[in-house]
Design a protein. Structure first.
Length: 239
Protein backbone atom coordinates (compact mmCIF):
# COMPACT_ATOMS: atom_id res chain seq x y z
CA UNK A 1 0.00 0.00 0.00
CA UNK A 2 1.50 3.29 -1.05
CA UNK A 3 2.47 6.37 0.98
CA UNK A 4 -0.80 8.16 0.21
CA UNK A 5 -2.84 5.33 1.73
CA UNK A 6 -0.64 5.22 4.83
CA UNK A 7 -1.08 8.97 5.27
CA UNK A 8 -4.82 8.88 4.70
CA UNK A 9 -5.44 5.98 7.05
CA UNK A 10 -3.41 7.81 9.69
CA UNK A 11 -5.33 11.01 9.02
CA UNK A 12 -8.68 9.28 9.40
CA UNK A 13 -7.60 7.33 12.47
CA UNK A 14 -5.74 10.08 14.29
CA UNK A 15 -6.95 13.36 12.78
CA UNK A 16 -9.36 13.98 15.64
CA UNK A 17 -6.47 14.06 18.10
CA UNK A 18 -5.86 17.55 16.74
CA UNK A 19 -8.75 19.96 17.31
CA UNK A 20 -9.27 23.68 17.08
CA UNK A 21 -9.59 25.42 20.43
CA UNK A 22 -12.33 27.54 18.87
CA UNK A 23 -14.08 27.22 15.51
CA UNK A 24 -17.09 28.48 13.58
CA UNK A 25 -18.93 27.26 10.47
CA UNK A 26 -21.48 29.50 8.75
CA UNK A 27 -23.32 29.01 5.44
CA UNK A 28 -22.30 31.67 2.90
CA UNK A 29 -25.34 32.88 0.96
CA UNK A 30 -23.59 35.80 -0.78
CA UNK A 31 -23.57 35.72 -4.56
CA UNK A 32 -20.16 37.40 -4.79
CA UNK A 33 -18.10 34.41 -6.04
CA UNK A 34 -15.32 35.35 -3.61
CA UNK A 35 -13.31 32.31 -2.49
CA UNK A 36 -10.34 32.78 -0.16
CA UNK A 37 -8.34 30.68 2.26
CA UNK A 38 -5.69 31.50 4.86
CA UNK A 39 -3.76 28.88 6.79
CA UNK A 40 -1.64 31.18 8.87
CA UNK A 41 0.93 30.83 11.63
CA UNK A 42 -0.27 30.32 15.16
CA UNK A 43 -2.75 27.56 14.31
CA UNK A 44 -5.10 29.89 12.41
CA UNK A 45 -7.45 28.78 9.65
CA UNK A 46 -9.93 30.88 7.69
CA UNK A 47 -11.87 29.99 4.53
CA UNK A 48 -14.51 32.13 2.85
CA UNK A 49 -16.97 30.82 0.27
CA UNK A 50 -15.56 27.31 0.43
CA UNK A 51 -17.61 24.28 -0.58
CA UNK A 52 -17.34 21.07 1.42
CA UNK A 53 -15.45 19.55 -1.51
CA UNK A 54 -12.82 22.29 -1.30
CA UNK A 55 -12.63 21.89 2.47
CA UNK A 56 -12.03 18.14 2.04
CA UNK A 57 -9.28 18.87 -0.46
CA UNK A 58 -7.60 21.17 2.05
CA UNK A 59 -8.07 18.93 5.07
CA UNK A 60 -6.79 15.75 3.43
CA UNK A 61 -4.28 17.45 1.12
CA UNK A 62 -5.78 15.98 -2.05
CA UNK A 63 -7.25 17.28 -5.31
CA UNK A 64 -10.82 17.39 -6.57
CA UNK A 65 -10.44 14.49 -8.99
CA UNK A 66 -9.49 12.27 -6.05
CA UNK A 67 -12.90 12.63 -4.36
CA UNK A 68 -15.63 10.13 -5.22
CA UNK A 69 -19.30 10.22 -4.28
CA UNK A 70 -20.99 12.56 -1.86
CA UNK A 71 -24.26 14.53 -1.97
CA UNK A 72 -25.17 16.83 -4.84
CA UNK A 73 -24.52 19.98 -2.82
CA UNK A 74 -20.92 18.93 -2.08
CA UNK A 75 -19.59 21.25 -4.78
CA UNK A 76 -22.25 24.00 -4.67
CA UNK A 77 -23.14 25.02 -1.09
CA UNK A 78 -20.61 27.50 0.24
CA UNK A 79 -19.38 28.07 3.80
CA UNK A 80 -17.26 30.46 5.82
CA UNK A 81 -15.07 28.49 8.22
CA UNK A 82 -12.74 29.79 10.92
CA UNK A 83 -10.62 27.95 13.43
CA UNK A 84 -7.91 28.68 15.97
CA UNK A 85 -5.60 26.00 17.32
CA UNK A 86 -2.50 25.96 19.46
CA UNK A 87 0.07 28.62 18.67
CA UNK A 88 2.85 26.25 17.54
CA UNK A 89 0.69 24.06 15.28
CA UNK A 90 2.16 23.19 11.89
CA UNK A 91 0.20 23.60 8.65
CA UNK A 92 -0.25 19.82 8.49
CA UNK A 93 -1.62 19.76 12.05
CA UNK A 94 -4.03 22.59 11.21
CA UNK A 95 -5.31 20.45 8.32
CA UNK A 96 -5.86 17.59 10.77
CA UNK A 97 -7.80 19.98 13.00
CA UNK A 98 -9.93 20.77 9.96
CA UNK A 99 -10.55 17.03 9.47
CA UNK A 100 -11.97 16.81 12.98
CA UNK A 101 -14.12 19.90 12.40
CA UNK A 102 -15.56 18.44 9.17
CA UNK A 103 -16.40 15.21 10.99
CA UNK A 104 -18.09 17.13 13.82
CA UNK A 105 -20.02 19.75 11.86
CA UNK A 106 -20.72 17.97 8.54
CA UNK A 107 -20.81 14.39 9.83
CA UNK A 108 -18.18 13.64 7.20
CA UNK A 109 -17.11 10.02 6.87
CA UNK A 110 -14.84 8.76 4.10
CA UNK A 111 -12.38 6.02 3.30
CA UNK A 112 -9.47 5.56 0.86
CA UNK A 113 -9.86 3.52 -2.32
CA UNK A 114 -7.74 2.73 -5.35
CA UNK A 115 -9.13 2.80 -8.87
CA UNK A 116 -7.86 2.40 -12.42
CA UNK A 117 -8.47 5.59 -14.38
CA UNK A 118 -7.06 7.60 -17.24
CA UNK A 119 -4.00 9.57 -16.23
CA UNK A 120 -0.35 10.01 -17.09
CA UNK A 121 3.00 8.41 -16.45
CA UNK A 122 5.85 10.88 -15.86
CA UNK A 123 8.83 9.51 -17.80
CA UNK A 124 12.29 10.60 -18.95
CA UNK A 125 12.22 11.94 -22.53
CA UNK A 126 15.36 10.91 -24.38
CA UNK A 127 18.65 9.85 -22.84
CA UNK A 128 19.17 12.31 -19.99
CA UNK A 129 16.82 14.51 -17.93
CA UNK A 130 17.70 18.18 -17.53
CA UNK A 131 17.65 18.14 -13.74
CA UNK A 132 20.26 19.24 -11.23
CA UNK A 133 20.83 17.03 -8.16
CA UNK A 134 19.97 18.96 -5.02
CA UNK A 135 21.89 19.41 -1.79
CA UNK A 136 18.64 20.02 0.10
CA UNK A 137 17.03 17.46 2.38
CA UNK A 138 13.57 16.08 1.66
CA UNK A 139 12.25 17.71 4.83
CA UNK A 140 13.42 21.12 3.58
CA UNK A 141 12.18 20.68 -0.01
CA UNK A 142 10.12 23.53 -1.43
CA UNK A 143 8.26 24.41 -4.63
CA UNK A 144 7.62 28.09 -5.26
CA UNK A 145 6.80 30.51 -8.07
CA UNK A 146 9.35 33.13 -9.02
CA UNK A 147 8.60 36.67 -10.25
CA UNK A 148 8.24 35.45 -13.85
CA UNK A 149 5.65 32.83 -12.91
CA UNK A 150 7.95 29.83 -13.21
CA UNK A 151 7.79 26.93 -10.77
CA UNK A 152 11.11 26.58 -8.94
CA UNK A 153 12.03 23.37 -7.13
CA UNK A 154 14.52 23.24 -4.30
CA UNK A 155 15.09 19.59 -3.44
CA UNK A 156 11.98 17.94 -4.87
CA UNK A 157 11.73 14.20 -5.50
CA UNK A 158 10.20 12.87 -8.69
CA UNK A 159 7.24 11.23 -6.86
CA UNK A 160 6.49 14.59 -5.22
CA UNK A 161 6.82 16.39 -8.55
CA UNK A 162 4.49 13.88 -10.24
CA UNK A 163 1.87 14.69 -7.59
CA UNK A 164 2.27 18.42 -8.27
CA UNK A 165 1.94 17.93 -12.03
CA UNK A 166 -1.19 15.85 -11.39
CA UNK A 167 -2.69 18.78 -9.49
CA UNK A 168 -2.12 21.05 -12.48
CA UNK A 169 -3.53 18.68 -15.11
CA UNK A 170 -6.36 17.50 -12.80
CA UNK A 171 -5.55 13.85 -13.48
CA UNK A 172 -3.48 11.27 -11.61
CA UNK A 173 0.20 11.30 -12.56
CA UNK A 174 2.51 8.49 -11.46
CA UNK A 175 6.27 8.73 -11.34
CA UNK A 176 7.86 6.39 -13.89
CA UNK A 177 11.14 8.25 -14.35
CA UNK A 178 13.19 5.76 -12.33
CA UNK A 179 15.11 8.75 -10.96
CA UNK A 180 16.02 8.52 -7.27
CA UNK A 181 17.06 11.44 -5.11
CA UNK A 182 16.14 15.11 -4.97
CA UNK A 183 16.45 17.75 -7.68
CA UNK A 184 16.61 21.51 -8.23
CA UNK A 185 14.95 22.83 -11.37
CA UNK A 186 12.85 25.59 -12.90
CA UNK A 187 9.91 25.16 -15.29
CA UNK A 188 7.70 27.75 -16.93
CA UNK A 189 4.74 27.44 -19.31
CA UNK A 190 2.25 29.96 -20.67
CA UNK A 191 -0.76 27.83 -21.62
CA UNK A 192 -3.39 26.46 -19.26
CA UNK A 193 -1.81 23.47 -17.53
CA UNK A 194 -4.38 21.08 -19.00
CA UNK A 195 -3.76 22.38 -22.54
CA UNK A 196 -2.12 19.44 -24.32
CA UNK A 197 -0.35 21.35 -27.10
CA UNK A 198 0.89 24.85 -27.90
CA UNK A 199 -2.15 26.75 -29.19
CA UNK A 200 -0.27 29.50 -31.00
CA UNK A 201 3.24 30.52 -31.99
CA UNK A 202 5.29 31.55 -28.99
CA UNK A 203 3.05 29.84 -26.44
CA UNK A 204 4.37 27.03 -24.25
CA UNK A 205 2.22 24.18 -22.98
CA UNK A 206 3.08 22.22 -19.85
CA UNK A 207 3.79 19.19 -22.06
CA UNK A 208 6.30 21.21 -24.10
CA UNK A 209 7.89 22.75 -21.01
CA UNK A 210 8.41 19.36 -19.40
CA UNK A 211 10.11 18.03 -22.53
CA UNK A 212 12.23 21.03 -23.50
CA UNK A 213 13.11 22.43 -20.07
CA UNK A 214 13.36 19.29 -17.90
CA UNK A 215 13.79 16.42 -20.33
CA UNK A 216 10.62 14.74 -19.08
CA UNK A 217 7.36 13.72 -20.72
CA UNK A 218 3.80 12.78 -19.84
CA UNK A 219 2.53 9.55 -21.38
CA UNK A 220 -1.24 9.05 -21.40
CA UNK A 221 -2.21 5.72 -19.88
CA UNK A 222 -4.39 3.94 -17.38
CA UNK A 223 -2.93 4.33 -13.90
CA UNK A 224 -3.87 3.25 -10.40
CA UNK A 225 -5.12 6.37 -8.66
CA UNK A 226 -5.34 6.96 -4.91
CA UNK A 227 -8.82 8.34 -4.18
CA UNK A 228 -11.24 8.86 -1.31
CA UNK A 229 -14.85 7.64 -1.24
CA UNK A 230 -17.32 9.74 0.72
CA UNK A 231 -19.56 7.54 2.85
CA UNK A 232 -21.75 10.24 4.37
CA UNK A 233 -22.02 14.00 4.81
CA UNK A 234 -24.75 16.40 5.90
CA UNK A 235 -25.18 20.15 5.62
CA UNK A 236 -23.77 22.18 8.46
CA UNK A 237 -25.99 24.74 10.11
CA UNK A 238 -24.88 28.15 11.36
CA UNK A 239 -23.25 28.40 14.80
Amino acid sequence: MRVFFCFLFAAIAFGQQFRFDAASVKPNKLDDHIVTIDVGPGGRFAARGYTLKLLIQQAYEIKGFQILGGPGWLDTDRYDVRGRGRANATRHEVNQMLQALLADRFGLKLHPVQKQMQGFGLEVAGDQPKLRPSKATEEAATMRRDQKGALVSDGLSMPAFAKIVGAYVSKPVVNETGLPGLYDFRIRWTERADQISDSEQGSISLITALRDQLGLKLVSKKVTADLVQIDSASKATAD
